[in-house]
Structure formats: C-alpha cells, structure tokens
Design a protein around this ligand. Structure first.
Ligand code: FEH
Ligand code: ZN
Ligand code: ZN
Length: 361
C-alpha cells in the first residue's frame, strides 16, 4: 500500500508482450503535474475486454506496450497537480475510463466514449483510456490526466463501486439506447441475454428506472439465480426452444427490446427471433456474432439496432446515484492484486459470479 509519497514505485499488472500473459511487476510512479491527479487504487475490476487485450495479436490494437491493465477503477485522491480541478484530496472516486481529447463537442458534453478525435488519438497510439494503452488501475497507484475524469462516490464500498465505472456504466448506457422502447411506462417486455458482469447490473437498472418486464437468458443456472436476485421477472436457460418460450411469455408479440451482453451468433439469432416489430436491439457484447441487416430480411420491420460503447460522464454520475440509493449493487468476487493471474484464468473459464475485482493487498 502506498505511504502517500507521490513520486514512488507502484506494483502493476502489465501487458509487456502481445499475446503473452500480463506480469505483476513494479514500476515507477510520479507526482501529478498540471491538471493530473494521482489516485491511490482501492479496487480494479477485471473485464472481458481485458481478455481481448491480453489475447490481441501484434498490431491489432492502437496501443504501444508496455502498459498497466485496469479500466474499471475506484480509489482515493492522493495528490493533485497544481492546476487540478475536481474531487479534493482524500475523496473516494471512480475513474471514468474512456479518455478523449477533452475539448471536442462530444467530450465537452461528457461523452468522451464517443470523442470526435478518436481516430486521431488512435493513430498516434498514445492510448484511449486507463488500462487501454495508458497505464491503468490494476496497480497501487494510478495517474489520471484530469480531475474531470473523476466521479465522487461518497461512502460506497470501493470494491463494489469499481464495477460501476465500466460494467455498470455500460449497462446503463445500453438501457438508455433502448429507452424509447421501454420508457413508455407500459411494462413492455425486455430480454437480457447474458447475466454476467454487465447483465446482472442491467437487470437492476431496468427494474430501478423503467416499468419493463425483465426476461433473463443465460447458459448457467447460477446466472439465472443471480438474475432473480437482481429482480428479473423471468429467467430461462438458452435452449433450442428459448425463442418460443420467450415469445409466449410476451403474449406472442415479442420483446420491445433485447439487450445482448454476449453478442455471439446464438444470442443474436435469438434476439432476431424474439424482437417485436418496431423493437430495439442493443448489441453490447463482443462475441463475434453477426446480424444481417437487409430488406426483406429476418429482422422485424421497424427494428432499431445500436452498438453502445461504455457510457458518458453524466451517466456515470447517475449510476453512482442509483448505487447510493441502494438500488444498484454489483455482485463481486474479490481477488488480491497479486492473484490477478488466477482471476484472469477464472474469468476465461466462465467461472466468475458477477464481476471479478482486484484489491491491492
Ligand atoms: C473497453 C475498451 C475497448 C473495448 C471495449 C471496452 C469495454 O470494456 C468498455 O466497457
Ligand atoms: Zn470493460
Ligand atoms: Zn474529444
């Protein structure tokens, strides 16, 4: 744990070779300059996207090695640069993970996940955020470019708060994408495909912010049990007849919206089969599946498709507010930072309930 001196060393889980396993090592940290803020990390979530980073082939990603993983981070403000704004020293915060240019129209609106200068930022390969080409939070210390990227969390438990910055924010943004279909107060049926680190939070967000009837689908009984705990009205295992089971559950018309947190061939096929006319499909997971968009085709008339990515700063503030109201709680499995390799192995094996969170030991 840090002794509070800004310019010192930090342990870090780092990608050092494309396609090779991350290594736990020690690297130099430094005092924050200008608007920078140094965070003492209290928890860093492990995301499926981290597996994509670890498995990426050389040249596949616009990042230079080495860098520290971890884009889902909670901690305390340790030191602020002389021009820093935002939360005060000692405040517990979440780190907003997508770091844009900070000045384009999208960034000015807090939507750094959709920064207008992303192609240019990718081209210079300096990274797109914490743990995404820039040193992230699977470490004792994390240097953040600006206090604008920090959201106070009050007295939330940092281990349960960390997943809110990625899994929670991504789920919230995905629900916002389909709000036209589910926000009319009609109790419309919404299907959640995949009740893992993101899906279980989406179930809670749907129950807390809409009147939707939530129908959960997963391949694991324990995931359906988690969906039930989170407030799903119905849960079913993925089987050959799941489309008809769900369609019957919707009274035949089909689902007003489908949130696909898997994004694989079978989940997208199921989504197409259960959507009602004029419904909304949000493809959140990066499971490599495809949907043919053509007319005439298999998608019902009026279907709207979105590919939501992460979320905005105002939405992260809303997610934290839901958590502080007690209506959004991440189901987490704690691992010591030094056990990062075990956590990665468990996530790869699909053997993590909810979200794996690394805690500096
Ligand atoms: C992060 C970086 C790149 C792709 C996807 C992601 C998601 O985990 C963000 O929620
Ligand atoms: Zn992620
Ligand atoms: Zn920008």
């Amino acid at each position: 744990m840090s002794t509070g001196r800004a310019s010192e060393r930090t342990r870090a889980v780092r990608l050092t070779r494309w396609g090779g396993p991350p290594v736990l090592t020690e690297v130099a940290s430094r005092a924050p300059e200008g608007q920078e803020v140094l965070i003492e990390v209290e928890a860093a979530g492990l995301c499926r996207s981290d597996l994509h980073l670890i498995d990426a082939r050389p040249g596949a990603l616009p990042y230079r090695l080495p860098f520290t993983l971890g884009h889902e981070v909670a901690g305390r403000v340790l030191h602020r640069g002389p021009l820093a704004t935002g939360p005060a020293t000692g405040e517990r915060v979440l780190v907003y993970g997508p770091w844009g240019c900070g000045s384009c129209a999208r960034c000015a609106a807090g939507a750094e996940n959709y920064c207008d200068r992303r192609p240019a930022l990718d081209a210079d390969r300096t990274g797109t955020g914490a743990g995404l080409g820039r040193d992230g939070g699977m470490a004792d210390l994390l240097l953040v470019p600006s206090g604008r990227l920090l959201v106070p969390v009050g007295d939330l438990d940092p281990v349960r708060a960390a997943p809110l910055s990625d899994a929670g924010l991504t789920a919230y943004h995905a629900v916002a994408m389909v709000r036209q279909a589910v926000g009319d107060g009609s109790g419309a049926p919404v299907v959640v495909l995949g009740v893992g680190g993101l899906g279980h939070l989406a179930v809670q967000i749907l129950r807390a912010t809409t009147t939707a009837q939530v129908l959960a689908v997963d391949v694991r009984e324990e995931a359906l049990a988690l969906a039930d705990t989170c407030g799903a009205h119905f849960g079913t295992l993925l089987r050959p007849d799941t489309a008809s089971v769900l369609r019957e559950r919707t009274g035949g018309a089909g689902a007003a919206a489908v949130l696909d947190f898997v994004g694989g061939r079978s989940s997208l096929d199921l989504a197409v089969a259960v959507l009602r006319a004029g419904g909304e499909l949000a493809v959140v997971g990066s499971g490599g599946g495809e949907v043919a968009v053509r007319k005439p085709g298999t998608l019902p008339p009026g279907t709207r498709i979105s590919l939501p990515f992460w979320g905005t700063l105002p939405e992260l503030t809303a997610v934290v507010a839901l958590a502080r109201e007690g209506v959004l709680k991440a189901d987490v499995e704690r691992f010591a930072l030094s056990d990062a390799a075990e956590a990665i192995g468990r996530l790869r094996a699909g053997a993590v309930r909810g979200r794996a969170v690394l805690v500096p030991d």
